[in-house]
Design a protein around this ligand. Structure first.
Ligand SMILES: CC(C)CC(=O)SCCNC(=O)CCNC(=O)[C@H](O)C(C)(C)COP(=O)(O)OP(=O)(O)OC[C@H]1O[C@@H](n2cnc3c(N)ncnc32)[C@H](O)[C@@H]1OP(=O)(O)O
Ligand SMILES: Nc1ncnc2c1ncn2[C@@H]1O[C@H](COP(=O)(O)OP(=O)(O)OP(=O)(O)O)[C@@H](O)[C@H]1O
Ligand SMILES: O=C(O)CCC(=O)C(=O)O
Ligand SMILES: [Fe+2]
Ligand SMILES: [Mg+2]
Length: 361
């Protein structure tokens, strides 16, 4: 862990993830402070939980009221886990997706790469470093799949009950799967194009509120600093959406891989090293990216962005998101001849209800 981040951490001694920054040990013994917090939270109203005292250490309590703004009480998250997400904007759950499921997703991915199946709406991306070379129908040519909502096997990921149980803690009970990806980060070809610049996913979404949008990202194999694990800037979910643009990287940047403008590489960051099946849930404003893949393997992860079905669309014209909208529109026009379709129509067609009622999105 970065030393700078360690210094920033609160002194709350039972703070989850402090020591290994990789996850919660659900069976870790709760401290007295956390137990008191749990009792307090139990007395609170579900939707507008307000706690009148928050432990800043095992001994002392501040008198400042704090609102639990980012999490819902569904009975699943422990008080420590809720506080962790509230403060950091992400939470890592170990061993959430089974080996069998992941192997099934991997096989489905390979069939798509070999072009044995054709999935409507699916986007197959190649890394910018190899995009001009001859195409071979092999997983080595594919850096990412996007929009697999019409693939019955891959889409099972978005419906996994153990994932949805966590998602509900951030979105509430009506849940839409809005955006799906299988990322196959290739071995870096020497130009660092396998990196994903630091960004906020909200930049891509024409719907709100930001607090009701969460990403589930599951490692399909061991991911570490060597093969380019996720890198997050803890606490940045409490800020606002920043301007995004292509980073000025000598070796080139992948299409639509915008990064936050003026990214400060000295900002404290946390590398999320994960085992196969571990899953991180993170807020749509959390600044994150991933480093280059220094191995010869293709680093695989599967993810879904969920939003509360109660979210609403808005017109991004005149906002910082206009640049990405123009790129998306350009591509959609070239591919499908967009015609009268708006960005909102495209998202509404792509989104799938996975729990509860489709109230708005
Ligand atoms: C929260 C979430 C949304 C965050 C993110 O996912 S950030 C990244 C989002 N990225 C995307 O949505 C990218 C989606 N990708 C795509 O739509 C496609 O892969 C395309 C970039 C349009 C390429 O489509 P494809 O069917 O392969 O079309 P073509 O082979 O005719 O290529 C069209 C022009 O695009 C270029 N291209 C293809 N792949 C890349 C690349 N990786 N980086 C940079 N440029 C690329 C390609 O060279 C071609 O350019 P020209 O020859 O027309 O100049
Ligand atoms: N100018 C930039 N704009 C946006 N994001 C950037 C910029 N420079 C680097 N990043 C991102 O910062 C993160 C860390 O970059 P780096 O290449 O150092 O990753 P790393 O290899 O995981 O770290 P390390 O080399 O310390 O192991 C990556 O997500 C990278 O894409
Ligand atoms: O898997 C990764 O490298 C991160 C991908 C990501 O953050 C994204 O596509 O939005
Ligand atoms: Fe992202
Ligand atoms: Mg580095």
């Amino acid at each position: 862990m970065d030393v700078a981040y360690k210094r920033r951490l609160p002194t709350f001694s039972s703070y989850p993830c402090v020591r290994d920054h990789t996850g919660i040990q659900p069976d870790r013994k709760m401290s007295r402070a956390a137990e008191r917090l749990r009792l307090m939270i139990n007395h609170l109203d579900r939707s507008s939980a307000t706690i009148s005292a928050v432990p800043t250490s095992t001994q002392t309590f501040t008198s400042h009221p704090q609102t639990l703004r980012f999490t819902h009480d569904t009975g699943l998250l422990t008080p420590e886990q809720r506080l962790f997400y509230e403060e950091n904007g992400f939470i890592l759950i170990k061993n959430l997706v089974s080996e069998e499921d992941i192997d099934k997703f991997r096989k489905a991915f390979e069939r798509i790469c070999r072009q044995e199946v054709k999935i409507p709406g699916l986007v197959v991306m190649r890394d910018v470093a190899i995009v001009k070379s001859e195409f071979v129908p092999d997983e080595k040519a594919v850096s990412k799949l996007q929009d697999f909502q019409e693939d019955p096997e891959l889409f099972q990921y978005c419906n996994l009950p153990q994932i949805l149980n966590y998602v509900e803690c951030f979105t509430g009970p009506n849940i839409m799967a809005m955006h799906t990806m299988l990322i196959n980060k290739p071995p870096d070809a020497g130009k660092k194009t396998s990196r994903h610049p630091m960004h906020q996913d909200l930049h891509y979404f024409p719907f709100r509120p930001a607090d009701s949008i969460v990403c589930a990202w599951t490692a399909m194999e061991k991911v570490d600093r060597q093969n380019g694990c996720l890198v997050v800037l803890p606490g940045t979910h409490t800020g606002t959406l920043q301007e995004h643009d292509y980073p000025e990287w000598e070796g080139g940047v992948n299409k639509m891989y915008h990064g936050v403008r003026g990214y400060d590489p000295k900002h404290p960051r946390v590398h999320l090293e994960m085992e196969k099946g571990d899953t991180v849930f993170f807020h749509s404003l959390l600044i994150h990216g991933s480093g280059m893949n220094r191995t010869q393997g293709f680093r695989k992860a599967i993810s879904c962005h969920y939003a509360s079905a109660d979210c609403y669309y808005f017109d991004v014209k005149g906002t910082s998101q206009e640049n990405i909208e123009n790129e998306v529109k350009d591509i959609a026009n070239r591919k499908y001849g967009l015609g009268e379709m708006t960005l909102k129509d495209i998202w509404a067609l792509r989104g799938r209800l996975v729990q509860g009622e489709r109230t708005s999105l």
